[in-house]
Design a protein around this ligand. Structure first.
Ligand SMILES: *Cc1c(COP(=O)(O)O)cnc(C)c1O
Length: 390
């Protein structure tokens, strides 16, 4: 039989990380012990009290059935309390909060609720690949907002052509940012609100890294800005905050109409989050936050060791205030892809090419701090040897 994929599927680029995994396998096959700075996935275990909670709740029969579409009320109440305490923003647990099977799921699905064939969506470039994928599968067209060092990796809203802004239906933003590790302040969020109000654009802010901050920096929520709830939503996740990437639990907050649209998509496509995981999520939110603080200290130490080490060997990169990524300008005039290949094959260090996040990422590579300090020191040594050998 001749199996032909849909035009939409064909438009999706191969998922970058799958392709890089293949390359890593190839190099490993040659016997190289790779130091992997490629994937942003916490290497530190989920805190014990959260794991115990899952153990306890997973044995209870009532948790084995389909979960409710809206998630446990107890979870939504805990999320509202966490949000109020963290950002000072009130949320209605019935209408303004919806749990997700990881925030990637909601980010990927939300365009289906608002995008019609051919509609324009504004996305950051470089950016998390799921924004483009979700919009493409919904039949929308992406317009890239360049994130450049000259503007602290914030989009320059005034450079978006009037005709595009008028037609745009939605916008994705992400601060603290993956991959650039840039941060945004309330002033910028206010500008976004003004721009979105003026042009009737739905703002979808991805705050997956809101809790991964250093040096006393505290990331704001987009919803802290007056009127933000009228025009937008914010995605959050327990993945990075509590080292729970494999558990699949996140949530969306903000505008109730937008959330009801995503809810309608989801009731037609999925059946909620395993209830025992929801109870464990409640434990994560309400229980001790000491382990998060420990995790952040570990990341901060790794950041300092790695960035100071690279500086010693002549690679000067600013220390990020948030996320566990180092966004490094390429060396020696390489393209990001060629630099990544060279570091992989000749230094045994796996990194991620900036171009994989969009064409404006090409002058950079991304390195993750999700690996222990000793390994990061060794990576610096390997890069130093690689650099000396030209
Ligand atoms: C990791 C990540 C997410 C998604 O995390 P989930 O595990 O799906 O909750 C969302 N956005 C960005 C930018 C990320 O890096």
């Amino acid at each position: 039989m001749n199996i032909e994929f849909s035009d939409k599927l064909k438009k999706l680029p191969p998922y970058l990380f799958a392709k890089l995994d293949e390359m890593k396998r190839e190099v490993r096959g040659k016997g190289v012990d790779i130091i992997d700075l490629g994937v942003g996935d916490p290497d530190i275990a989920t805190p014990e009290h959260i794991v115990s909670s899952l153990q306890k709740f997973s044995t209870r029969h009532e948790n084995h059935r389909y979960a409710s579409y809206k998630g446990l009320l107890e979870l939504r109440i805990s999320l509202a309390a966490w949000y109020k305490k963290r950002f000072g923003v009130e949320l209605d647990p019935e209408l303004e909060i919806l749990p997700l099977i990881g925030s990637k799921e909601g980010i990927g699905h939300i365009p289906l609720a608002v995008i019609n064939e051919g509609d324009i969506a504004l996305i950051p470039d470089p950016g998390y690949p799921v924004y483009r994928a979700g919009i493409t599968l919904a039949g929308g067209k992406c317009f890239s907002m360049p994130l450049l060092p000259g503007n602290n990796f914030l989009p320059d809203l005034s450079s978006i052509p009037e005709t595009i802004a008028k037609k745009a239906k939605m916008m994705f933003l992400n601060y603290p940012n993956n991959p650039t590790s840039a941060i945004a302040d309330r002033t910028f969020f206010s500008e976004v609100r003004n721009f979105a109000e003026r042009h009737n654009i739905i703002v979808c802010h991805d705050a997956a890294y809101s809790e991964i901050c250093y040096d006393g920096y505290i990331a704001p929520s987009f919803l802290e800005v007056d009127g933000a709830k009228e025009i937008g939503v914010e995605f959050h996740s327990l993945s990075k905050t509590y080292n729970m990437t494999g558990w699949r639990i996140g949530f969306i907050v903000g505008n109730s109409k937008i959330i009801s649209g995503l809810g309608k998509v989801k009731t037609n496509l999925d059946s909620g989050i395993f209830q025992a995981i929801q109870w464990a999520g409640i434990e994560a939110l309400n229980g001790s936050q000491e382990e998060i603080k420990r995790t952040l200290k570990i990341y901060q130490e790794r950041r300092d060791t790695f960035v100071n080490g690279l500086k010693r060997i002549g690679w000067d990169i600013p220390k990020p205030k948030a996320t566990f990524y180092i966004w490094a300008p390429v060396l020696l005039g390489y393209s990001s892809m060629r630099l990544v290949l060279s570091l992989l094959e000749r230094a045994g260090v796996a990194t991620t090419p900036g171009v994989g996040f969009g064409e404006n990422g090409d002058g950079f590579i991304r390195m993750s701090l999700t690996i222990d300090k000793k390994k990061l020191e060794e990576a610096v040594e390997r890069i130093a040897v690689w650099k000396r050998s030209g």
